[in-house]
Design a binder for this molecule. Structure first.
Ligand SMILES: [Fe+2]
Length: 266
């Protein structure tokens, strides 16, 4: 039977027929979705267990490396330790607060499509869960990354606005500019950081949702000044740890420099 979701041979779920069927079913739900509240996914006990295990490991790291207000943003979204939140429930809180809603996609999509939708207030996100054999690692964005990283960040004053600006700048942009915006999105909204109380704190969703990456703020990654031009010209590899993290001295620098760079593009 042809599969909807292709997995690489080294994907942790490649040889697990049950996992692959599950991925196909969740992808199908996304493909059949035609607007309105996102499909309800009845997460299994095992999937919820993966979520719990991730929280157990991430919570102490968030205390050390996330901005002070991050946990309260998570509780505003109603996250519970033993249950993966439903995208439709997140939207009920996200939409009135930010004007943004999440909508499901079956898997990785083109950056241009992602950014274009972002400009219109739609954050395209996955609903599947990583393979249970590797709860602390996923080779592709899963529901944990989307909600722990992106959905919570959107409630930060200013982040939703910057997302919208990045998305609008991408709409109709010629290819070279689109590539620059895509890179800037990566180095800010996925892997950006800023100094709080004298220490670098994770601001990007890729850092906040990754057990392995967030610790590299302390050791492993080269911390660079927050230079948006440098981000725009720096390519990235989504399949590996990021060798550098751009760190702003404060929120005002993060916000101000990004707005300035976007200035003629949004
Ligand atoms: Fe992401």
């Amino acid at each position: 039977m042809p599969r909807l979701v292709e997995l690489d041979r080294d994907h942790p779920g490649f040889r697990d027929p049950g996992y692959r069927e599950r991925r196909d079913a969740i992808a199908e739900a996304a493909l059949n979705h035609r607007g309105g509240p996102p499909p309800q996914i009845n997460y299994t006990q095992e999937e919820n267990r993966v979520w719990s295990e991730i929280w157990t490991h991430l919570a102490p790291l968030h205390q050390r490396f996330a901005p002070a207000g991050y946990r309260s943003l998570c509780s505003r979204l109603g996250f519970e330790e033993g249950r993966i939140p439903q995208m439709r429930d997140i939207n009920e809180r996200l939409l009135p607060a930010t004007g943004f809603q999440m909508q499901p996609v079956a898997g990785l999509i083109e950056a241009s499509e992602f950014l274009t939708q972002l400009g219109g207030g739609v954050f395209l996100a996955t609903q599947y869960v990583r393979h249970p054999s590797t709860p602390l690692y996923t080779p592709e964005p899963d529901v944990v990354h989307e909600v722990v990283g992106h959905a919570a960040s959107f409630l930060h004053p200013g982040i939703a606005d910057l997302n919208r600006m990045l998305g609008r700048a991408a709409q109709g942009a010629p290819e070279p500019i689109l590539t620059q915006i895509e890179r800037v999105y990566w180095w800010t909204m996925e892997f950006g950081a800023l100094i709080e109380d004298g220490h670098p704190r994770a601001f990007g969703a890729g850092l906040l949702s990754s057990f392995g990456e967030i610790r590299r703020l302390e050791e492993g990654a080269n911390l660079l000044d927050f230079d948006v031009e440098a981000m725009a010209s720096r390519d990235y590899d989504p399949t590996d740890y990021q060798p550098v993290i751009f760190v702003a001295s404060c929120w005002e620098e993060f916000d101000g420099k990004l707005r300035e760079w976007l200035g003629g593009r949004a």
